[in-house]
Write a protein of this length. Structure first.
Lengths: 111, 378
C-alpha cells in the first residue's frame, strides 16, 4: 500500500492509490499505531481508501482508533458540501448514539 | 463515605445491565417511552426523574433539543426503538477515581469540569442496539434504492448516499439526528438519576450531602450534524460543510447546552485548505482502562471471544456480565496510545484520566491520591 508520511502523526494515502479515488485519505497515527493499523486493519484501511471514492469534499480522514467497519471504517471522518454534497447513512454508522455519560460526585472511597 | 464494593452492588441492583435486562425500579410505559423518543429530556419518563438533579451549572447540562420530525424515523425503527427502550442500556457503571493534571493549558478546563483528585465519578454507557441499528439499516435501503436515480456510483453498498436536498436526504437526518439521540440522551439522564438514588441510599447522611452528582459530559458517536465551519484566517468564511462519520463531534446540534463546556474542552484546528479537522473530547472513552490492554485495531477481540472473559477491573461478575464483557477494556486497543496521539497532534487537549476504582481502594485518601497521581504522570 502506498502510504506517504506527511507529518509526525499524519500519513497520506494519495488519490492515485486506487482507481476511482477522488480525494486523498489522511490517517492520524504515530509509528506504533500505524504499524498496528497496517498489520491488523488492512481491510479497514482499504475501506478508508474506497470511501475516498465517494462524493466527498477535501479528503477522507482516519483517527488513531481506526479499525474495520461497514462501509466507512470506525474512526473515519468525511465531510460533504452542505449545498451540493451527499448524506450517507453508512458513513454515519450503525451505533447511533451509543454513548457515555460521566457524572462526578463529591464522594471519596471510605478509609 | 460509601465503601466501593457496596456502592457498586447498589448500582448494579438498581440499574439494569446487559442486553435484555429490565429495570426493577423504573416502570415506564410504552406511551412514555415513545414520548421520550420524541421529546427527549422533556418527555415524561425523563422529566419526572431527572429534573431534580440537574447540574448546578447550566453550561454543564447534557441536553439536546429534538428536531422537528423526530417521529419520522421508519416504522420498523420506531418499533425496535420502543422494544430496545425496555432494554435499559447500561452496560457498565463503575465508579472511577477522578484525577487532574497540572498543565496550565488544562487549568480552565479543569475548573469547568470540576473533577477532583481521588473523588468518585460514575460512568454510564448505553449501547445502540435496536433503534440506532435499525434506523441506519432502513436508510441504507432507502438511499441504496435511489442511487441509480441520482446517478451515484459507490464502490460499496454500505456507502449508499443521497444528494443534499433530495427527499431521501431530507428524511434521513430526521431519523438519524432526532429520534435515537433524543431517546438515548434522555435514557442516560434517567439512568444517572437512578445511579444517584442508589448512591444516596448507600451513603451516610454526611456523604449524601456531599454526593453532588452532576454531569461532566454526555457524549455519543454516530451522530450526523450540520454546522457552519468558519476559518478565521480566511475571508470570506469557508463554505458550510456537514461532518459525518463515527468520530464526528458527538453533540446533536448547536442547541446542545453542553456547548460551553465543549468549547473549552476542544480547540478547533484547521488544515491548509481551511477544512476543519475532527474535534474530539479527550476524556477517556468507553471502557477506558488504567492499564494497557489490547493492541492493534479498535476491537482486536471479537464480541464472541470476550463473552467468556472477565475484565481485570471486575471483582465480581455483575448481572448481564456476558454482554457487558463485550465492552471490557481488554476488547479494545490501548486507549492511552490513542489519546496520546490526538493530544500531541493537536486535535484536543488531554484533561484528566478516570481510573477504575479498585476494591482494595480502602486505603487512606492521601495514599490513594498519590498512587493515582503517579499513574497519571506521562
Amino acid at each position: 500500500m502506498n502510504i506517504e508520511r506527511v507529518g509526525l502523526f499524519l500519513w497520506r494515502i494519495p488519490p492515485d492509490a486506487r482507481p476511482g479515488m477522488r480525494v486523498p485519505a489522511l490517517v492520524v497515527a504515530d509509528d506504533a499505531l500505524m504499524a498496528a493499523i497496517q498489520a491488523a486493519t488492512l481491510p479497514g484501511a482499504d475501506r478508508q481508501r474506497r470511501d475516498a471514492a465517494g462524493h466527498r469534499e477535501g479528503r477522507a480522514s482516519a483517527m488513531p482508533d481506526i479499525h474495520q467497519g461497514y462501509g466507512l471504517p470506525v474512526g473515519g471522518v468525511v465531510a460533504t458540501d452542505a449545498r451540493s454534497g451527499v448524506v450517507s447513512p453508512g458513513a454515519i454508522g450503525f451505533d447511533i448514539n451509543c454513548g457515555v455519560r460521566c457524572s462526578r460526585t463529591g464522594l471519596e472511597p471510605r478509609t | 463515605m460509601p465503601r466501593i464494593p457496596a456502592l457498586v452492588d447498589a448500582l448494579y441492583a438498581s440499574i439494569p445491565t446487559g442486553v435484555g435486562a429490565r429495570s426493577t425500579v423504573l416502570a415506564v410505559g410504552a406511551r412514555s417511552r415513545r414520548r421520550s423518543m420524541e421529546q427527549g429530556r422533556r418527555g415524561p419518563s425523563a422529566v419526572a426523574t431527572a429534573r431534580a438533579r440537574r447540574p448546578r451549572s447550566g453550561s454543564n447540562r447534557a441536553d439536546v433539543s429534538p428536531e422537528p420530525g423526530a417521529t419520522r424515523s421508519p416504522a420498523r425503527a420506531r418499533e425496535r426503538g420502543l422494544a430496545s427502550a425496555r432494554i435499559a442500556g447500561l452496560r457498565q457503571s463503575l465508579p472511577r477515581a477522578a484525577g487532574r493534571r497540572r498543565d496550565p493549558r488544562r487549568r480552565g478546563v479543569r475548573g469547568r469540569v470540576r473533577l477532583r483528585l481521588g473523588a468518585l465519578a460514575i460512568m454510564i454507557h448505553t449501547g445502540s442496539r435496536g433503534l440506532g441499528h435499525q434506523v441506519c439499516t432502513d436508510y441504507l435501503a432507502v438511499t441504496g434504492a435511489a442511487l441509480r436515480r441520482y446517478g451515484i456510483a459507490v464502490p460499496d453498498r454500505q456507502l449508499a448516499c443521497a444528494p443534499v436536498g433530495s427527499s431521501e436526504a431530507i428524511e434521513l437526518p430526521r431519523g438519524h439526528a432526532s429520534a435515537p439521540p433524543t431517546f438515548a440522551f434522555a435514557n442516560r439522564q434517567v439512568l444517572a438519576h437512578v445511579a444517584g438514588q442508589a448512591s444516596r441510599a448507600r451513603s451516610s447522611a454526611s456523604a449524601r450531602a456531599s454526593l453532588g452528582l452532576a454531569c461532566v459530559y454526555d457524549v455519543a458517536h454516530n451522530i450526523a450534524k450540520e454546522e457552519e465551519q468558519r476559518d478565521r484566517r480566511r475571508r470570506p468564511p469557508a463554505s458550510a460543510r456537514a461532518p459525518q462519520g463515527r468520530d464526528a463531534r458527538p453533540f446533536q446540534d448547536s442547541r446542545c447546552s453542553c456547548r460551553a463546556t465543549w468549547a473549552l474542552l476542544v480547540r478547533p484546528a484547521w488544515d491548509g485548505d481551511g477544512h476543519a479537522r475532527d474535534l474530539r473530547l479527550d476524556l477517556p472513552r468507553r471502557g477506558a482502562p488504567d492499564e494497557p490492554d489490547g493492541r492493534g485495531q479498535g476491537r482486536p477481540r471479537s464480541r464472541t471471544s470476550t463473552r467468556s472473559s472477565r475484565p481485570a477491573a471486575w471483582w465480581r461478575a455483575p448481572p448481564g456480565h456476558e454482554s457487558l464483557a463485550e465492552e471490557m477494556p481488554e476488547a479494545y486497543k490501548d486507549v492511552r496510545e490513542v489519546v496520546d496521539v490526538v493530544h500531541r497532534f493537536g486535535i484536543s487537549t488531554r484533561v484528566a484520566r478516570l481510573a477504575a476504582a479498585r476494591r482494595d481502594q480502602a486505603e487512606p485518601p492521601a495514599q490513594a491520591a498519590m498512587r493515582l497521581a503517579q499513574r497519571m504522570v506521562d
